[in-house]
Write a protein that binds this ligand. Sequence first.
Ligand SMILES: [Cu+2]
Length: 150
Amino acid sequence: MRKITSFCGLLLLSLPALGPAQETAPAALPRTASPDAALVYFLAPANGATVTSPVTVRFGLRGMGVAPAGVTVPNTGHHHLLIDVTDLPPDNLPIPNDATHKHFGAGQTETELTLEPGKHTLQLVLGDAAHVPHQPPVRSEKITITVVAK
Ligand SMILES: [Cu+2]
């Protein structure tokens, strides 16, 4: 997280130095290409499932490999889990790292999630070595689950 913050700081600091010709360009980071066949999805829970907390969430990935953050092997990335996120974060910046945007930078493919009772949405986004979504983005469908008390 500290790495992301300092990188963003660097990015912001470098903006005033851009020439007039670049002023209209978005403050974007280089994007890493994803293959056409790439697909990220939930192995569990199922969309619409009723579950108890903690919820075991398993991440599926087809057409690409999982690599830890910082690794720049082509056609790899690491998982990010968006919890109750309405607006997707920008595709051209590192995915935020907070309570609703969880990074699995060690290459994890599952997690135990503690959620309050009620409806929740979950969505997966693959990020590259620098936590930036691929081009085109590799995102799962957004699933809805209902958490009930034990
Ligand atoms: Cu990340």
